[in-house]
Design a protein around this ligand. Structure first.
Ligand code: PEP
Ligand code: MG
Length: 745
């Protein structure tokens, strides 16, 4: 019986291929296909619904329903049975369609006389393209074999759609990947850029979804799996312990997985080519990935996705290293990317667009260090964009203009020109001080963490490095760096900043920053968990090694360091004792000690703002880590898109708290700086200085605009605006300050 089905299925696929090869226009092809499918499955109706736009499906061809309704009948995603198949990407198989949940009657189609309904999604690599439906009068459930057959056909339809087989006269379909498209995402690094798409993972195009020699295809599949296994085993031999090994082990598990192989073999026996079979299973996995919430399962599905890509490259001979040349103005597109891979691309990239990713990810940190505009959470970008497509990245609004039309191009270029003009203005004040109209001098430092940041020290006009995030060096490696490597690196950082102060922050790991080669801790709430200085004090091995590396790197020069996430006085004294111990130990070993050592603390938890006066007297300096301080002040996760923006930094409560900290520091003559992201935002920077801060540290690209604004500002006036707003009981001082700025032009 099964054999019969397989023969039937192959016969149908063979006919579909003939229609592909024929001369017909797109619509004629669609019509013919519905006829062939209805005939082969033996039912009265076969219809193809394709997406007209992102959330509207259109009946594009039918055998059996009223022909007048073709290109007339439309439904929203999720509407009716067809809409539900598309939305949930699941098969709906029912003997009683009108009695089914969600059924919507479409009178123009004449479908009321058909009782049974089988709808399968037409999808390709996680992207829904449409729905394929068969219906019949008799009330019967379609058999598993019939469902399977229809799924195989749907796969072929997806490939044909991708190849543009249904484009042309009379058809409602326009060619894919040719229309201007605007996509929205979340800004992870500001800036505007124009360029051409460079896909991190090139799309593999399956040009032959149907094959007539299943034996040959099965052999090809076996050969590809073997090549894959050998490759993975080789990588495993070379891999160290840790996450990379885990991923490879998972790959090996899939490569040896009987279930995965069996499904692909079955797809092939029904007429698909080996590559189409791999892609079919990959599409199913992608669709599941979107609905699965269990993080372990999601990761495994993502491993399977990676593995399928490798298989496709083996089978089609297409890959990262074949053919396409990187454009001169590349805008990188990826589902996600690791920090090390991003560093490999380096500064050559004009912009980065990620389908997944997150604002606080390591890749985002690297993009920031390289000052490359980055937008994350851009749905559909990897399926919409093709290598070489023109694209404009608006990293202010979080918008991607893919294949923009002329009017967008013109408007966007104006925007870029304005930006360039502003940069030119900032360059002219690079060597001037940030002196306000009222005579206050504000120290402007930059944040850094990679060697790639250091050229900015010169270009931006920063007075020094107010925050060097040492964890980045740990995060971009696959193994724990050695002390000698770290000391050489810190030495180079100091070499690149002669006569400038660099504040090294000791390792801030834990929370979202998990070292790839350290056992992850399964904590219920990592942001409030075992992180930063807590790890450093409980397991001092790495902290000691890092302190030694810093002392050796200073080699007689001044050394400034600070500890992250200090929540109480004792943590500071304990950490400082580690510094003293390290200095004594290094002296014993005969190393030259730094000319001077300053030891500060980051104020990132509200508790430290209320520490005893003695703490403020003891500490050499304080640096307010506004990113963390704000998340703990408002109890709103900085990584959670739902709440991240809910509370304004310029909220009067937060500003009052900051002001109290500054007052306490002034009382004890403790130098204090602010190094969270807000320091680099104009209105925020203005308010921070108006409440008394005299030192800010920010990303290098912000120094020009902030300096330019401060030089034109009178902090006393701004302070009065803030006071008045507080007095009135405003929730945030932002509207009042914005009004004031508007009046000032
Ligand atoms: C901060 O919390 O404000 C800070 C500067 O540290 P990070 O962003 O690295 O946590
Ligand atoms: Mg922090």
């Amino acid at each position: 019986m099964a054999e019969n089905f397989e023969t039937e299925s192959r016969k149908l696929l063979g006919r579909l291929r003939d229609t592909m090869a024929g001369e017909e226009a797109g619509q004629a092809r669609l019509d013919k296909i519905t006829h062939l499918i209805a005939d082969s499955i033996g039912c009265e109706v076969c219809s193809i619904y394709l997406f007209r736009d992102e959330d509207t499906l259109e009946l594009c061809a039918t055998e059996g329903l009223n022909p007048e309704s073709v290109h007339q009948t439309r439904m929203k995603l999720g509407e009716g049975l067809v809409g539900r198949v598309a939305k949930r990407r699941v098969v709906i198989n029912t003997a009683d369609a009108p009695g089914s949940k969600g059924f919507r009657f479409m009178p123009e189609t004449g479908e009321e006389i058909f009782s049974s309904f089988l709808g399968v999604p037409v999808q390709r690599l996680g992207e829904a393209l449409g729905v394929l439906v068969v219906q019949s009068k008799d009330a019967r459930l379609f058999s598993p074999d019939e469902v399977y057959a229809l799924e195989v056909v749907a796969m072929v339809l997806a490939e044909m759609t991708e190849l543009g087989a249904f484009v042309g006269e009379g058809a409602a379909m326009s060619a894919r990947h040719s229309q201007p498209t605007m996509l929205r995402g979340t800004v992870a690094q500001e800036g505007v850029a124009e360029g051409h798409i460079w896909l991190h993972e090139p799309r593999v195009v399956v040009t032959n979804p149907i094959a007539d020699d299943p034996h040959r295809e099965l052999e090809r599949l076996e050969e590809a799996v073997e090549e894959l296994r050998v490759g993975v085993d080789k990588m495993l031999e070379m891999a160290g312990d840790g996450e990379q090994r885990q991923v490879l082990e998972a790959y090996r598990m899939f490569a040896n997985s009987k279930g995965w192989m069996r499904r692909m073999q079955e797809d092939i026996s029904r007429g698909l080519s080996a590559e189409a079979a791999v892609e079919k299973e990959q599409s199913v996995a992608r669709a599941r990935m979107e609905t699965v919430t269990d993080s372990y399962l999601r990761e495994r599905l993502s491993d399977l996705d990676d593995l399928s890509n490798r298989m496709l490259r083996i089978l089609t001979g297409q890959g990262a290293d074949t053919g396409a040349e990187m454009p001169v103005d590349p805008i990188l597109v990826a589902r996600n990317i690791g920090p090390a891979e991003l560093l490999d691309y380096g500064r050559g990239l004009k912009g980065i667009i990620l389908e997944a990713g997150s604002v606080g990810s390591h890749a985002a940190i690297v993009a920031r260090a390289l000052a490359i505009p980055l937008i994350v959470h851009v749905g559909r970008i990897t399926t919409e964009a093709l290598n070489g497509d023109q694209v404009m990245v608006d990293g202010e609004q979080g918008i991607v203009h893919l294949r923009p039309d002329d009017s967008v191009v013109t408007a966007f270029r104006d925007k870029i020109a304005m930006e360039a003009e502003a940069q030119h203005r900032y360059a002219s004040i690079r060597d001037k001080r940030a002196e306000t109209k009222c005579g206050n001098i504000i120290e402007l430092n930059m944040n850094a963490g990679l060697m790639a940041d250091l050229p900015s020290l010169e270009n931006s006009g920063a007075e020094g490095v107010g925050l060097f995030r040492t964890e980045l060096q740990f995060l971009v490696r696959s193994q724990m760096p050695k002390r000698s490597e770290l000391s050489a690196l810190y030495g180079r950082v100091l070499d690149a900043a002669p006569d400038k102060r660099v504040i090294f922050r000791t390792l801030d790991i834990g929370s979202d920053k998990v070292l790839p080669y350290m056992k992850p801790n399964d904590e219920p709430n990592p942001a409030l968990g075992w992180r930063a200085i807590r790890v450093g004090l409980d397991k001092p091995g790495i902290l000691r090694m890092q302190l030694q590396a810093l002392i050796r790197a200073a080699a007689g020069r001044p050394l400034t360091l600070m500890f992250p996430f200090v929540a109480q006085y004792e943590e500071y004294t304990q950490a400082r004792a580690e510094v003293d111990k390290a200095l004594a130990g290094e002296a014993k070993l005969g190393h030259v000690l730094p000319a001077s050592v300053e030891v500060g603390a980051m104020l990132e938890t509200p508790s430290l703002g209320f520490a005893p006066r003695k703490f403020f007297e003891d500490v050499d300096f304080l640096s307010i880590g506004g990113n963390d301080l704000k998340q703990f002040f408002f109890a709103a996760d900085r990584e959670n898109e739902r709440v991240r923006r809910r509370y304004d930094t310029l909220n009067v409560s937060f500003l009052s708290f900051l002001e109290q900290i500054v007052e306490r520091c002034n009382d004890t003559n403790t130098p204090v700086s602010f190094c969270g992201e807000d320091a680099g935002r104009p209105v925020e920077a203005l308010c921070l200085t108006a409440i008394g801060l005299r030192s800010l540290s920010m990303r290098p690209a912000s120094i020009g605009p902030i300096k330019s604004l401060l030089r034109r500002s009178n902090l006393q006036d701004v302070r009065k605006v803030i006071m008045d707003a507080r007095h009135r009981g405003d929730m945030s001082v932002r509207p009042a300050v914005m009004d004031y700025l508007r009046q000032q032009n």
